[in-house]
Design a protein around this ligand. Structure first.
Ligand code: NAD
Length: 290
């Protein structure tokens, strides 16, 4: 298949490489002059898109996605498919979906989870929104770049699923970290805390699979000095997107709002920038109620 790939950053580059390695003819474009093995270089997004059966985008945010989409959609052949894998706001995903549809292009919003490791290993999970036909077109590519793809509904549904999931993740990580810090102050051993909670009703992915306490539970960024993993900065981005969506849909999300405030303080005023999002535990450790 002739594929255009726009945005060859930490995630996009390995995803494009995996598509090329699987035998597809991939032409890529990034504003930073990036070379990716097996991927031909185009001089613009438009050039990468022209004549492509499928175009994928993996970009930083909704504003950039909208701008790039305006440029590449007119260059795509009618009946082609645009797959956006970036994490962006639901409104931008829907707007680009409409823009594509108006031009006779199929659209799938397909944000991912699995991070840079998942992108390199071809083990990402895709949460997809779009028509049945668009999803069917995208699925063989999802199978190359990932291990699971869930069709969540119409355009925008993939982004909706992603930000709802990550809102839960931000909230449960904070709850898990503050509970560990409280347990410390109550003289409870961290291993005992893990043994109880991970098999009791307080368990979650944050505790059981990504334990924020070093030396406890399975290997996690806590065991590596809180090097990301999933950076607190990216968690903040996703929490902001979920609050933006909640505003737009008039949904009451007090815990999500508080999680956003805490990650904002951590990343912008404290030492959270560039650290894993589970480094909330050392943050709480050093604090009292004042
Ligand atoms: P990144 O900053 O490494 O890559 C983005 C790339 O887009 C950069 O190389 C940049 O030069 C390029 N770019 C910016 N504007 C452009 C334009 N107008 N035309 C062409 N290229 C342009 O970011 P990333 O980590 O690869 O993340 C990409 C997306 O994936 C983001 O939306 C992010 O939220 C999401 N995501 C990231 C992770 C992760 O762990 N890194 C996990 C899940 C989802």
């Amino acid at each position: 298949m002739k594929i255009g790939f726009i945005g060859l950053g930490n995630m996009g580059a390995p995803m494009a490489a995996n598509l090329a390695m699987a035998g597809h003819e991939v032409t890529g474009f990034d504003t930073a002059d990036v070379s990716v093995e097996g991927v031909a270089k185009a001089a613009s997004a438009k050039e990468a898109a022209s004549g492509a059966e499928v175009v994928l985008t993996m970009l930083p945010n909704g504003a950039i996605l909208r701008k790039v989409a305006e440029e590449l959609i007119p260059a795509m052949p009618t009946g082609a498919t645009l797959i956006d894998c970036s994490t962006v706001d639901v409104d931008s995903a829907r707007a680009v979906g409409e823009m594509a549809e108006g031009a006779g292009i199929m659209f799938v919003d397909a944000p991912v989870s699995g991070g840079v490791g998942g992108a390199a290993g071809g083990t990402l999970t895709f949460m997809a929104g779009g028509s049945e036909a668009a999803f069917a077109k995208a699925q063989p590519l999802f199978e190359i770049m990932g291990q699971k793809a869930v069709h969540c509904g119409a355009a925008g549904a993939g982004q909706a699923a992603k930000i709802c999931n990550n809102m839960i993740l931000g909230v449960t990580m904070i709850a898990t970290c503050e509970a560990f810090a409280l347990a410390d102050k109550l003289g409870l051993d961290r291993q005992k805390m893990f043994d109880v909670v991970s098999t009791s009703s307080g368990y979650s992915w944050s505790m059981n699979a990504y334990c924020p306490a070093p030396g406890v539970g399975p290997q996690s960024p806590a065991d590596n000095g809180y090097k990301p993993g999933f950076a607190a900065d990216l968690m903040l981005k996703d929490l902001r997107l979920s609050q933006q969506a909640a505003e737009s849909a008039d949904a009451d999300t007090p815990m999500g709002a508080l999680a956003q405030t805490l990650y904002e303080m951590f990343v912008e005023q404290e030492d959270g920038a560039g650290r894993d999002f589970s480094a909330m535990l050392p943050r709480f450790e050093t604090r009292g109620r004042g």
